[in-house]
Design a protein around this ligand. Structure first.
Ligand code: NAP
Length: 499
């Protein structure tokens, strides 16, 4: 147990100093000016873990000033120096993966084995950006005007603000902050109030990697202070780019606020992914893909399957194979047990949302397959929601329009390819879409017809550092990862030279 923690946990930190409850501003570890702190809870039992510095609008203004001042020299660093700094940072994340995973398990309730995988996923982004730094080029453009020459160069933008959600508290930070810093910007990052400890630990390792003071600033704050802190990040003219991951409703609000000072924004917002299984699919493969897409992280990812369309002729077989495979796949128990691969929801409010969707579905004729929720809670903790299949789902149910963000698999029958494409696209969201078929013509037709930023064909996972990640429609603007990852945080400047 570490001094900071209010509760005992079954894990001994190799480096207890990674667990810190202070903000990181201008290269210093600080408390808020008002010396306020907010509680962080363990989702496994809702007990308080510790208190974390609760930064105010004024504190955040100081962080923005520190980032702006650091930018003056950081923008001049050579790409090679930045490359080695990011490499050292990534190496430190890898060397400390067990402790980082423990922090993730503690504040997110993610099973420890899964947390290790999530640390690797977050670290891989840093390795990817490190390589991409070497591939930022300008252009030489033939000029139509006589005796002119035109060149372009790419430059960092300045101070980037990053606002991250709780559901992937390491990767959501490295994916934004890593790309922005690799491109030569400085950053002020506000982590979600449920999971500030991972972001703080990532910043500790940034400091140890030789990251200059003020280049990365972490400004945790309570839910009560979020609106004020968000207003500062959106309105402060020194901030040139806001990168946000979270719900569409909040993303729209922040985007409108940023428009007032013409900030560039990157918006990674909510999804409502269709998952389609055609009758020619390999059912076992489709079931396994659905389990990883729908139930990974207890259904709490933006790319989770949300509306599951199964061709009528195979829906009963599919439901029964799914029920059997679910029972074989998941082991429940303490999230610290390495055999356990399914954990609680992140908070009581997530539980309430699922209860509403289930009540709505049952009132419209849906049938539930799965463990009794009350019994499961009594065994595994107050926020535990077992994987649940809902058969007889219909298109007038709440889940069709509202992202579930939990382990409910609504199975909806369909008859034809045209019908299911229309249903799949009948949403304002467009993040991920999945389908299973063995027909090569259908593979291309459906891939091209689905309105989404990412399509999974015969796979249930669509995210990796080398792949552009992002949505269309109300799921957002911009891409993270992939070969354009640094361009998101760079300005193209053209230079015309007269001879
Ligand atoms: P959320 O309520 O939008 O919150 C996300 C973050 O924004 C939190 O840190 C939150 O802090 C902050 N926030 C809320 N209102 C704000 C404001 N006015 N100013 C500044 N910051 C503000 O989303 P969530 O429920 O935590 O996360 C789940 C959502 O994120 C889902 O819709 C999911 O699909 C989406 N998501 C998208 C992606 C993607 O890459 N597209 C990835 C992961 C998650 P507070 O908690 O204090 O409000």
């Amino acid at each position: 147990m570490t001094g900071l923690l209010f509760k005992k946990i079954p894990y001994t930190f190799q480096d207890p100093s990674l667990l810190d409850n202070r903000a990181f501003v201008g290269g210093k570890w600080i408390n808020s000016i008002e010396r306020k702190a907010f509680p962080v809870y363990d989702p496994e039992d809702n007990q308080e873990i510790c208190k974390v510095a609760d930064l105010s609008r004024e504190d955040v203004r100081t962080a923005i000033d520190a980032a702006r001042s650091a930018f003056k020299s950081f923008k001049k660093t050579s790409h090679r120096d930045r490359r080695w700094m990011i490499r050292r940072w990534a190496d430190l994340l890898r060397a400390n993966k067990e402790d980082l995973a423990a922090i993730c398990t503690l504040e997110l309730g993610k099973p420890y084995t899964e947390s290790l995988a999530t640390v690797k996923y977050g670290t891989d982004f840093l390795y990817w950006f490190e390589g991409e730094i070497e591939r930022v080029y300008g252009e030489t453009i033939p000029a139509a005007r006589e005796n002119n020459r035109i060149f372009t160069i790419k430059e960092p933008q300045g101070v980037v603000a990053a606002i991250t959600p709780w559901n992937s508290p390491i990767a959501m930070v490295t994916r934004k902050v890593g790309a922005a810093i690799a491109a030569g910007n400085t950053v002020v990052c506000k982590p979600a109030p449920e999971t500030p400890l991972c972001a703080i630990a990532v910043a500790k390792l940034f400091e140890r990697s030789g990251g200059p003071p003020g280049v990365l600033n972490i400004v945790p704050c309570s839910a009560e202070n979020t609106a004020e802190v968000g207003a500062e990040l959106c309105s402060n003219k020194l901030v040139r780019h806001l990168s946000f991951t979270g719900s569409t409703a909040v993303g729209k609000h922040l985007n409108a606020e940023c428009a007032k000072s013409m900030k560039k924004t990157s918006m990674e917002l909510g999804g409502n992914a269709p998952f389609i299984v055609f009758e020619d699919a390999n059912i076992k493969r489709a079931v396994d893909g659905l389990i990883s897409s729908k139930f990974r992280s207890s259904g709490q990812t933006c790319v989770c399957a949300n509306r599951i369309f199964i061709q009528s002729s195979i829906i009963n077989t599919f439901a029964s194979v799914l029920e059997t495979r679910l029972a074989e796949t998941f082991t429940y128990g303490s999230v610290w047990d390495p055999k356990v691969n399914y954990g609680p929801l992140y908070s009581p409010k997530a539980f309430e949302k699922l209860t509403c969707q289930i009540q709505d579905a049952v009132s419209k004729g849906g049938k539930l397959l799965g463990k009794d929720v009350g019994e499961a809670q009594a065994h595994y903790g107050p926020n535990f929601y077992p994987p649940t299949i809902i058969t007889g789902a219909t298109t007038d149910m709440l889940f069709m329009k509202q992202e579930t963000f939990g382990p409910l698999a609504f199975l909806i029958p369909f008859q034809t390819e045209e019908e299911v494409i229309a249903l799949a696209n009948d949403t304002d969201a467009g993040l991920a879409s999945y389908f299973y078929t063995e027909d090569i013509g259908r593979l291309w037709r459906v891939s091209e017809a689905l309105e989404a930023g990412m399509i999974g064909v015969r796979v249930g996972l669509v995210s990796a550092c080398e792949q552009p990640f992002g949505g269309v429609k109300e799921s957002g603007i911009g891409r993270e990862g992939g070969s354009g990852a640094l361009d998101e945080y760079l300005i193209v400047k053209s230079i015309t030279v007269g001879l």
